[in-house]
Ligand binder design. Structure first.
Ligand code: UGA
Length: 426
């Protein structure tokens, strides 16, 4: 099939790479000349495992352009994967989505399936439909399909290639889109969940809200575990073996971050309030999450009351295997400690500190970062941090306290090397 993808962020590029790998011809469109320029030269500006490889090996079926007409006119299917960042009031900013629709409206020369993959609040896909009608696009020339994405950064390509479900939202009277979407995803083995346009939008928000709720739940448990000398990782294992609960997303730590959970929970809360629903649980999930980094900071201050000391902080990204720092709890913690007077030596295998924190030192190796420091903080659970040479760490550090904000180290191993281990609820 001839497919166009509008928006070359994480979701757009990954979708393009995977659809090209299936055998489709994919044209990626963006209005950022720098991005398109780099992509045309084979340079990817984000770090995502396997992405470069996929784009390279399918390059004969992939093209990148700024030219809307050239991308839209030959396309049978158009994916919209533009960003929907938060407005100040928590509602998502849909400007990029509507701009894309307005632009593509000009080139609707043949029947096209328009697939909205951007995360949007319930009701938005119906608005997209109305928008095209207002733009004078003949209703016979298109169908709108909602096809939310469930990939995780850091394993985006794997998740897109091996999804656990493909959710398709469509209008009742639309009898064409399911078979078209089945052809798009031919070769990908996953159950189709077919629902209404708003149903698909809700599935996406509810998925992220549920996962965030699991994290806040275990983080709250961790605080209680700390008081009763219980290891929350044992509790996660103990409850996770119950298939009704499941083992995933029960890692306590410094709270969730990233470009999705914080934004999507806010947006769902906003959508609920708009209809006079007061989502107590959604609010609590977010409150616990905000408080979790403060809880960690309290531990740091307890063990290092002298704010003139130096601490190594390993991890800048919001999670491992990505260079993404959006809403990273690691950054929030470093910023706060720096403001209190601590000297921070940071390190991350891929991410860099934002400009506002450029006065914090960032080192090129974890060992350089921990030279002569009073304490070590683990803020992102990269494998590199889990597999440090603890003998070497002992030689480099001046102090002996390690505070593991991701509960990713084995306390026994750490203690055997002569350190004091502090986790979150352990
Ligand atoms: C999340 C969802 O997992 C994806 O399914 C969804 O497609 C995506 O949002 C999106 O809406 O686009 P992502 O934000 O890439 O994916 O990352 P996650 O792996 O979900 O992690 C989010 C945050 O939760 C990270 O800060 C991570 O460190 C934290 N986390 C995760 C925990 O603190 N504990 C856990 O047990 C799991």
């Amino acid at each position: 099939m001839n497919i166009c993808i509008i928006g070359t962020g994480y979701v757009g590029l990954t979708t393009a790479a995977v659809l090209a790998d299936i055998g489709h011809h994919v044209t990626c469109l963006d209005n950022d000349p720098n991005k398109i320029n780099s992509l045309q030269k084979g340079i990817i500006t984000i770090y995502e495992p396997d992405l470069e490889d996929y784009l390279k090996r399918n390059k004969t079926r992939l093209s990148f352009t700024l030219n809307m007409k050239q991308a839209i006119e030959p396309a049978e299917v158009i994916f919209i994967t533009v960003g929907t960042p938060s407005n100040d009031d928590g509602s998502p900013n849909l400007t990029y989505l509507f701009n894309a629709l307005d632009e593509l409206s000009k080139y609707m020369n043949s029947y096209k399936t328009i697939v909205i993959k951007s995360t949007v609040p319930p009701g938005t896909n119906i608005q997209c439909h109305q928008r095209l009608q207002q733009n004078g696009v003949n209703q016979e020339l298109y169908s709108i399909v909602s096809n939310p994405e469930f990939l995780r950064e850091g394993s985006a390509v794997y998740d897109s290639r091996n999804p656990d479900r493909i959710v398709i939202g469509k209008q009742k009277e639309d009898h064409k889109s399911i078979s078209i979407m089945k052809s798009v995803y031919e070769g990908i083995n996953a159950p189709f969940v077919v629902t209404s346009l708003s149903g698909a939008e809700m599935i996406k928000y509810a998925s992220n809200a549920f996962l965030a709720a699991k994290i806040s739940f275990i983080n709250e448990m961790a605080q209680i575990c700390d008081q009763y000398d219980v290891d929350v990782n044992d509790v996660a294992k103990g409850i996770g073996l119950d298939p009704r609960i499941g083992p995933h997303f029960l890692q306590a730590g410094i709270g969730y971050g990233g470009s999705c959970f914080p934004k999507d929970l806010q947006a769902l809360e906003f959508s609920a309030k708009k209809k006079n629903i007061h989502p107590h649980l959604l609010k609590a999930v977010q409150t616990v999450n905000h408080a979790q980094s403060d809880y960690f900071l309290k531990k740091v201050k307890e063990h290092f009351p002298n704010t003139l000391c130096t601490l190594a902080a390993l991890g800048i990204a919001f999670k491992p295997n990505t260079d993404d720092i959006r809403y990273s709890p690691a950054i929030k913690i470093m910023k706060e400690l720096h403001e209190k007077g601590y000297t921070i030596h940071s390190y991350d295998p891929k991410a860099t500190l934002p400009n506002e924190l450029k006065h914090i030192l960032q080192f090129r190796s974890p060992y350089e970062a921990m030279k002569n420091v009073n304490g070590l903080l683990i803020l992102t659970d990269w494998d590199e941090h889990k597999n440090l040479d603890w003998k070497k760490v002992k030689q480099f550090m001046k102090g002996q306290v390690i505070i593991d904000g991701r509960n990713c180290l084995d306390p026994d191993v750490i203690k055997q090397h002569g350190f004091t281990y502090i986790g979150v609820g352990r």
